[in-house]
Design a binder for this molecule. Sequence first.
Ligand SMILES: *Cc1c(COP(=O)(O)O)cnc(C)c1O
Length: 391
Amino acid sequence: MSKLTWIEDELANLREQGLFTNIRTLSSPQGAWLEVDGRRVLNFCANNYLGLANHPQLRDAAKAAIDRMGIGPAAVRTIAGTTNLHLQLEKRLATFKGVEAALTFQSGFNANIATIPALVGKGDVIFSDQLNHASIIDGCRLSRAQIVAYAHNDTDDLRRKIAETTEYGRRIIITDGVFSMDGDIAPLPALYEVAAEHDILLMVDDAHGEGVLGKGGRGIVDHFDLHGKVDIEVGTMSKAFGVVGGIVAGRQILVDWLKQRARPFLFSSAMTIPDVAACLAAVDLLESSTELVDRLWSNARLFREGLAGLGFNTGHSQTPIVPVMLGEAPLAQQFSKRLFEEGVFAMAIGFPTVPQGKARIRVMNSAAHTPEDLETALAAFERVGKELGVV
Ligand SMILES: *Cc1c(COP(=O)(O)O)cnc(C)c1O
């Protein structure tokens, strides 16, 4: 008997329960339209909010940087040195977000598992929104601090949990900025009040807000005009920025400390040269015009209103993420499958990612969609919705 037989059993279990994830194969770049498993379909799955994943300016910047600087960083930054391009990106991101300093990581996931254990440890306490992203949860676990989950977006519950937790060293409150399953936004001004009252560090992970919320996509802190009040902003360049990479933004001393203590900074190689150059081009684009961000929001409004007009329940999203609430997981699966046959690629999400009975199609809007694309997709939703008795 093989030592790996148990994996076969587990995989069989997943398949039986309908929980096995099949990954579609793309043979086109990311964009409004994709070629998926050989079919041309309209794309409502990606976090490519601004259509930058295949933007000519980003492509050109990456190619030019490769010609000048090559590709790989060749080791971690503390050992092989860091390129001026990396430093330039960090400076530009800090300016863009209106903070003293920023530090890049290989991904948003890494930014979280880098930052949290560098700030709290054994004997400290983390107050964490119960719906926080997996990378925050893993960062919290790695820190070995006590983790106290509070009810989603519920500052009254947070206050209760703070009052109940009487033994602590350092304390930190951590929240997602935008919660990616419902598209709702953390009540950051109220969280700031709680943090300030009790002198607790405040950290927000703005992965779905970077390039989406705030003036020209400057993020959730700008959206709520809380500049200088949130201690740690984590973000990603893998979503609206259309590339890959993580960032941490805040005070200069925070960045200085992370460069000394953050393990994914010290023990994992930096972003590649073309990634960094493409991110710089993304910052250029965002700083030069709010056009893409404006189009993203107007597309999202059109699509949400269109769906609601057809009789769909679109939940309580406040962002371009639009959940189409369907109830049970098999219905959502069937809906997604029929949409795909109708030429629309939109993901079904069910338990355990969302609670039982709250299965949905999650529609990710993008500035890349044209008005015709939205009409085409709405017509497909209407056909499938009627066929399956949803509307
Ligand atoms: C997507 C996401 C991440 C991970 O970002 P990557 O750059 O893809 O690693 C982290 N946190 C939140 C809240 C996210 O939504």
